[in-house]
Design a protein around this ligand. Structure first.
Ligand code: NOJ
Length: 624
């Protein structure tokens, strides 16, 4: 047991403190809505924009400042909408442009800002540009919008370089250019195009001014409709190193972890990469060429510095976009989804004339360990303070195992790429306890915090999905070795006693919800003392009331190097200090006397006339 009774100044990194007139995004709590799984109004089993609009009061009551919507554009849904066929229209699956306008108006009326997803690294293979590129053939201006290259080998049968797709398999797919030529076959036919993700997601060529002009126009299209900003997908990937040089590393989603390829096929399962090309494009099968382990490059683990990522040229793009947004009123914002490390390098994306925020994935992947958490918090402030930007905090999103399950695994941290029924199952109770503690810690930290839909319900990952129902392209592309991301994308439970837990009026649900989700439903938690939903509501109410998002913080003396406690003091000029203490691990903590308990992520214990913080619990205390 750890006992501490005093706290005083112990320096945390200097903090860039936003003043009262600071832009909203510096301190905002932003809630990620994953449209297909939030709420379904038309009953087809897939969530939609009218469903979201109808449920906006839930988010206003929760107390968030803004929502971020994952893609709802026209798309064949090869990667759940991150394969965009038309950036200026809404997919009929989700509704209409009018529905989008209505959603933005209603959100604004409730005081919620709206950020939408922008996917500029790649389009869908069904985008008009890509269709035209296939038709136009090699050397055409249409092809120059994408990264088409001739193959290597005598007949061009080898991919142009050794890059692997982030979803597994090869990053190149060959198209059929000379189908009518005598002797032409699928195997030795046309050019190859690059796709860092699925073969249905061809990468755009950001060396082409036409691509720049198109995306500026797309930005304006949505800014004119009133959106408050953009979450920029794969923000570090748009520009590739000149010549597309070989690189035998393999970058994984979210964590930026780089693994040297092992020669068994990029991503470890290239032999099972999809055998069909993009539907109807005349594209040939993905090849299965192994990454060359002898290539003259250095895929240093953890460096995430492959020639496809974090190239200097991306910053020019964001400087230009910054100018575009600045033409509009209301502090519109750009947030980078960039798997770049270290944090000091990621911070370059949020220099004063570039983007406004970047997701702090370093925090998401930090193991449940006091020293590691402290180090991440301190490094985050140091890195972002250096460029005058707020740090963000994020624990879950649609690409990772939900933190209520991740933190219930023996090994915490980034977690596996999906969990299946035959895998070791998380300890649900431990995971939820830690998740509540982690979220309560996060929401006390200055900066901007991102919530992923359902985390306010303590929702766990679906860890027993039927494999036949999985839709993440990473599942087949990894040769069915990585379960993928469907488990965190299961439709939300709204009502304990209704079919599909009230997700849709017909009871349909594009992925089945676990049979034991009734206690997680919104109506089962509303007004229930101690529920996760009420914990989040109270945390957000107090965060706003106490101005925690804009406060200065320092480590609490006595705990600054504790192996099992993270504790910091939040100060603001016009109020008493708030002491935030998280017991990380198996220890309990005797809390200092003379403090009022403002919020606790779990029950506290009375012992020997004092108050004890149990393990895996966070408390907010106000100094008396
Ligand atoms: C990151 C998105 O979050 C993920 O869901 C998507 O699959 C990739 N980018 C590709 O767009």
């Amino acid at each position: 047991m750890t006992t501490r009774t005093t706290t005083s100044a112990a320096a945390l990194s200097p903090l860039h403190r936003p003043g009262p007139d600071a832009e909203w995004w510096r301190t905002a709590v932003i809630y990620q809505v994953y449209p297909r799984s939030f709420a379904d109004a038309d009953g087809d089993g897939t969530g939609d924009l009218p469903g979201i609009t109808a449920r906006l009061p839930h988010l206003a009551a929760l107390g968030v400042d803004a929502i971020w919507l994952s893609p709802f554009y026209r798309s064949p849904q090869a990667d759940a909408g991150y394969d965009v066929a038309d950036y200026r229209d809404v997919d009929p699956l989700f509704g209409t442009l009018d529905d989008a306008d209505h959603l933005v108006r209603e959100a604004h009326a409730l005081g919620l800002r709206v950020i939408i997803d922008l996917v500029p690294n790649h389009t869908s293979d069904q985008h008009a540009w890509f269709r035209a590129a296939l038709d136009a053939g090699p050397g055409s201006p249409e092809r120059a919008r994408y990264l088409f290259r001739e193959g290597l080998g005598e007949h061009g049968e080898e991919p142009p370089n050794n890059w692997s797709s982030i979803f597994g398999g090869n990053a190149w797919t060959r198209v059929r250019d000379r189908a009518d030529a005598p002797g032409s076959t699928w195997a030795d036919d046309g050019q190859w195009y690059l796709h860092l993700f699925d073969s249905a997601q061809p990468d755009l060529n950001w060396d082409n001014p036409e691509v720049h002009a198109e995306f500026e126009s797309v930005l304006r299209f949505w800014l004119d409709r009133g959106v408050d900003g953009f979450r920029v997908d794969v923000a570090h990937g748009l520009v590739k190193a000149a010549g597309l040089p070989d690189w035998s590393g393999h970058v994984r989603m979210v964590d930026g972890e780089t693994e040297p390829a092992d020669g068994d096929g990029a991503g470890g399962a290239a032999d099972d990469a999809p055998s069909d090309g993009p539907a109807g494009t005349g594209a040939a099968a993905d090849p299965t060429a192994a990454a060359d382990p002898t290539a003259a490059d250095d895929p240093a683990p953890g460096a995430n510095r492959g020639p496809m990522f974090d190239q200097e040229g991306v910053h020019d793009i964001y400087r230009r976009w910054h100018e575009v947004l600045a033409e509009y009123d209301g502090d519109r914002a750009l947030v980078a989804e960039a798997w770049v490390d270290p944090l000091s390098r990621l911070a370059r994306y949020v220099r004063p004339d570039e983007m406004h925020q970047a997701f702090n994935f370093a925090f998401l992947v930090t193991p449940w360990d006091a020293a590691r958490l402290r180090a991440c918090v301190a490094e985050s402030y140091a890195a972002y303070d250096a460029v005058g930007a707020p740090t963000t905090w994020v624990l879950s999103n649609h690409d990772v195992v939900r933190h209520a399950s991740r933190l219930g695994l023996a090994e915490t941290g980034k977690g596996p790429n999906g969990i299946g029924a035959e895998d070791t199952q998380p300890d649900a109770a431990l995971g939820l306890r830690r998740a509540r503690a982690a979220s309560t810690l996060m929401l006390a930290l200055p900066g901007s915090a991102y919530l992923y839909q359902g985390e306010e319900l303590g929702l766990p990952e679906h860890t027993a999905l039927d494999d036949d129902l999985r839709q993440d392209p990473a599942w087949p592309r990894t040769g069915f070795t990585e379960k993928g991301r469907d488990g965190c994308r299961v439709p939300l439970p709204w009502s304990a006693d209704e079919p599909a837990y009230g997700f849709s009026p017909t009871g349909r649900s594009w992925l089945p919800q676990p049979a034991d989700w009734a206690p997680y439903a919104v109506d089962a938690q509303t007004g229930v003392a101690g529920s996760t939903l009420e914990l989040y509501r109270e945390a957000l109410r107090l965060r706003a009331e106490l101005g925690l998002g804009a406060s200065a913080v320092r480590w609490a003396e006595g705990w600054a190097e504790s192996p099992d406690v993270v504790a910091f003091v939040s100060s603001a000029a016009d109020r008493a200090d708030v002491l935030v203490v998280t017991a990380v691990g198996d220890t309990t903590v005797t809390l200092p006397e003379g403090h009022e308990v403002l919020l606790a992520s779990g029950p506290l214990e009375a012992r020997d006339g004092g108050t004890v913080l149990p393990a895996d619990t966070t408390v907010w205390l106000r100094r008396g």
